[in-house]
Design a protein around this ligand. Structure first.
Ligand SMILES: Nc1ncnc2c1ncn2[C@@H]1O[C@H](COP(=O)(O)OP(=O)(O)O)[C@@H](O)[C@H]1O
Ligand SMILES: [Mg+2]
Length: 288
């Protein structure tokens, strides 16, 4: 076992009962709207502010967190489940001290196939919840059966969309689906790839009003992220934008988004210590 894993194991023991991570799922209706890039840069910025952050790639089969971070993960979520590994043995460390776990490749419906996978995953996540301040879940697009119980169990969902009508329509469908299963889920929305701040605000406000009118729920506008060439370059160079282009419009917008998130987020109550795990098991069993 390497030193980092040993250190993490020790810290997990020390921190047990002290911390209570807030879990937030980055979701979208349509794919390719910027979930992974935003989840990664958001996590890095949260970590730069002194938070202990775990980024978990749950886009099983299509995960690309490790590629975007420019790091090769030795093990993935899939290895953890198949080989019954402990979470601290597979956690990798990226820039700003960000802890992350790569998604790996597997068939879809991976968790559904085996209750033992779910049990092992739950017990490992329970430890992570006591060790980190924030757990960020980078989900695959849409509402696949496999991803829904993680999304529904999270303390909050951040829905990413772009101003394109197709992305907006699919984001609306995703919110409708989430609310149908968990009516009390706090939902925040990020408008990505805006061509101007004014246009981005207008698109986000229109979306908020439609959701309020037709679904009767209040989604919170969380951020407007500009369309920025720095993102394409960062993806090609495999260097996250907030690390390599700190002054870019994208990095500034991520910073504002993280500030707003921190300002508006409610701490998780101590009595809810295992509510993420309980909810995840509840939604898992309900589906079977
Ligand atoms: N703000 C942005 N500005 C420019 N290009 C972006 C932006 N956000 C995303 N992209 C482009 O969209 C692609 C898909 O983003 P990604 O984060 O992988 O989406 P998802 O995880 O939703 O599938 C990126 O590779 C990048 O080229
Ligand atoms: Mg992605």
């Amino acid at each position: 076992m390497n030193d980092q894993a040993e250190n993490l194991r020790k810290k997990m023991k020390q921190n047990a009962q002290i911390k209570q991570a807030k879990t937030v799922a980055f979701v979208s209706g349509k794919g390719g709207v910027g979930k992974s890039n935003i989840a990664i840069n958001f996590s890095l910025e949260l970590a730069a502010k002194g938070n202990k952050v775990l980024l978990l790639d749950l886009d099983i089969g299509m995960g690309n967190v490790e590629i975007l971070l420019g790091q090769q993960a030795k093990k993935t979520v899939v290895d953890m489940l198949e080989d019954k590994l402990e979470l601290h043995d597979i956690v990798e460390h990226g820039p700003n001290g960000l802890a992350f776990i790569a998604g790996g490749s597997a068939l879809s419906d991976f968790f559904r196939m085996d209750q033992r996978y779910m049990d092992h995953f739950s017990s490992q996540l329970q430890q992570a919840i006591q060790c980190f301040d924030h757990i960020v879940l980078d989900m695959g697009a849409g509402a696949t059966a496999d991803s829904m119980y993680f999304i529904l169990a999270a303390d909050a969902c951040i829905v990413i969309t772009t101003p394109e009508p197709t992305a907006i329509t699919d984001a609306y469908g995703m919110i409708k689906h989430i609310i149908h299963h968990n009516g009390s889920m706090p939902i925040q929305v990020v408008m990505n790839r805006s061509t101007s701040p004014k246009g981005g605000h207008a698109a986000l406000e229109r979306f908020r009003l439609v959701v309020q009118q037709f679904l009767n729920i209040d989604v919170k506008p969380l951020g407007i992220i500009p369309n920025d060439e720095a993102v394409t370059q960062a993806v090609i160079r495999q260097q996250p934008v907030v690390c390599s282009k700190r002054k870019s419009p994208f990095s500034k917008a991520i910073k504002q988004t993280v500030e707003k998130y921190g300002f508006e987020s409610q701490p998780v109550a101590e009595k809810d210590a295992d509510s993420f795990i309980q909810k995840m098991k509840y939604f898992f069993l309900k589906e079977r």
